[in-house]
Design a protein around this ligand. Structure first.
Ligand SMILES: Nc1ncnc2c1ncn2[C@@H]1O[C@H](COP(=O)(O)OP(=O)(O)O)[C@@H](O)[C@H]1O
Ligand SMILES: [Mg+2]
Length: 318
């Protein structure tokens, strides 16, 4: 059984090769997305033992995703093929410097995930379960599946890591706020980005945001700050980990890779600061390439950057 389990919605990506909206003859290159699937692939490339649970459609795109997980050595042996609902898709349209994301994911196979889909033992025998707010947002049954998975992990003393990944396009803000704030105290590690931290707490400042999220009951909060790095907060400590100064081309998937690297490191027994350094190095490689999956680095590539980062980390006085 894999050590690190992720549950959610995978998507097949159609990325426009030229500027402007779709036109006759426009070319699109196929890639992959979906935060939880990106996470599962990243765990594997970073040297972890990765397992994924979802539903895909009985279609070409589901088969393509199965091939991806197979090639990436993600254990997807328990993924369900849903005969009645399609695999979710999205298009990336390019308008000069701006990218537009167009989703075709409503009523996707993954949105029909339900608690009884969770295989016996898969969570209980893992070291870490990773869940995200996108999975809670896509449907009520998927949301219930996330809560059921968390409950089973907690009963078996399996670490629960949680990325709120709040997407206003698919989740009314009031609902997102209520569900994420309800979920946080059930998790061991919470990894929001700055926008999400602000939305959840009403505070602007990382220190105040992490303080409030700790008070909700999460023992460890990792607040991701884009090109400003991240802060790691526990009831006793507050550390700042700077980002690597790199030429960023595309931030897509940086957070998912950060989460995956953090999960790999803590399941290996690293402390949260060392885990964040490993995660920062991994995420910095993702922002330098295009797309969420293609630029995910291997473990050895990340380790080259780690020692340089370690010298820069410092605790912050309160
Ligand atoms: N421009 C950047 N340069 C270097 N590292 C970056 C950059 N943007 C993001 N990162 C790294 O990726 C991590 C996650 O990115 P962030 O944008 O904060 O999260 P999310 O993708 O969840 O919104 C950051 O904590 C940082 O380590
Ligand atoms: Mg994110």
């Amino acid at each position: 059984m894999p050590d690190i389990i992720s549950i959610g919605e995978p998507l097949v990506e159609f990325n426009a090769e030229s500027l402007g909206g779709p036109r006759v003859g426009s070319l699109y290159s196929i890639g992959f997305g979906g935060d939880s699937s990106n996470f599962a692939v990243a765990v594997s490339r970073l040297g972890g033992s990765s397992g994924y649970m979802t539903r895909v459609g009985a279609d070409h795109f589901g088969a393509l995703l199965q091939d991806l997980w197979h090639e990436e050595r993600v254990d997807a042996s328990r993924v369900i093929t849903d005969e009645r609902h399609p695999t979710g898709l999205y298009f990336i349209l390019r308008h000069g410097g701006r990218s537009e994301f167009v989703y075709r994911r409503a009523d996707s196979a993954a949105s029909h995930l339900e608690p009884s889909d969770l295989p016996e033992g898969m969570i209980e025998e893992a070291k870490l379960l990773h869940v995200t707010g996108i999975t809670q947002a896509i449907s009520q049954s998927a949301c219930e599946t996330v809560f059921a998975a968390i409950e089973r992990a907690r009963a078996a003393q399996v670490t629960v890591s949680y990325d709120p990944n709040i997407r206003p396009a698919i989740w009314p803000l009031q609902t997102a706020r209520a569900i994420v704030r309800y979920t946080i105290p059930q998790c061991d590690v919470v990894l929001p980005n700055l926008d999400e931290g602000r939305l959840l707490t009403g505070y602007e400042d990382p220190r105040a945001i992490t303080q409030e999220l700790l008070e909700l009951g999460a023992p460890l909060v990792v607040l991701k700050l884009g090109s400003s790095g991240s802060v790691i907060a526990t009831p006793d400590d507050y550390y700042s980990v700077p980002a690597r100064p790199v030429l960023a081309k595309d931030p897509t998937g940086a957070g998912d890779c950060f989460d995956a690297a953090f999960a790999v490191a803590i399941t290996e027994g690293k402390d949260p600061v060392d885990a964040a350094i490993f995660a920062t190095a991994a995420a910095s490689r993702v922002v330098q390439g295009l797309g969420a999956v293609a630029p995910i680095p291997t473990r050895s590539a990340v380790l080259e950057d780690v020692s340089e980062l370690r010298a820069e980390v410092h605790p912050r006085a309160s």
